[in-house]
Design a protein around this ligand. Structure first.
Ligand SMILES: [Zn+2]
Length: 75
């Protein structure tokens, strides 16, 4: 499967440790982006993660500044 998926959970987005001055993480779009996804990415509202996933846990958030995948801090 490679459909577009946007994490719409209302969990708190983590902040990128490499970009302390950047906004909080934005939802990471997994799968083939739609035109709306591209437009949202241009606005810095989401990060496009692409279809090919690395093994391991899937990130739901990414840094809008550097594109780094972010994971919520353990509660
Ligand atoms: Zn960053």
């Amino acid at each position: 499967m490679c459909g577009p998926t946007i994490a719409t959970m209302s969990r708190r987005a983590p902040r990128c440790p490499a970009c302390p001055d950047s906004p909080r993480g934005v939802p990471l779009v997994i799968g083939l982006p739609s035109p709306e996804d591209f437009a949202a990415a241009d606005r810095g509202e989401v990060v496009l993660g692409g279809c090919v996933r690395m093994p391991g846990p899937e990130a739901e958030w990414a840094c809008p500044a550097c594109g780094r995948e972010l994971f919520p801090a353990p509660a």
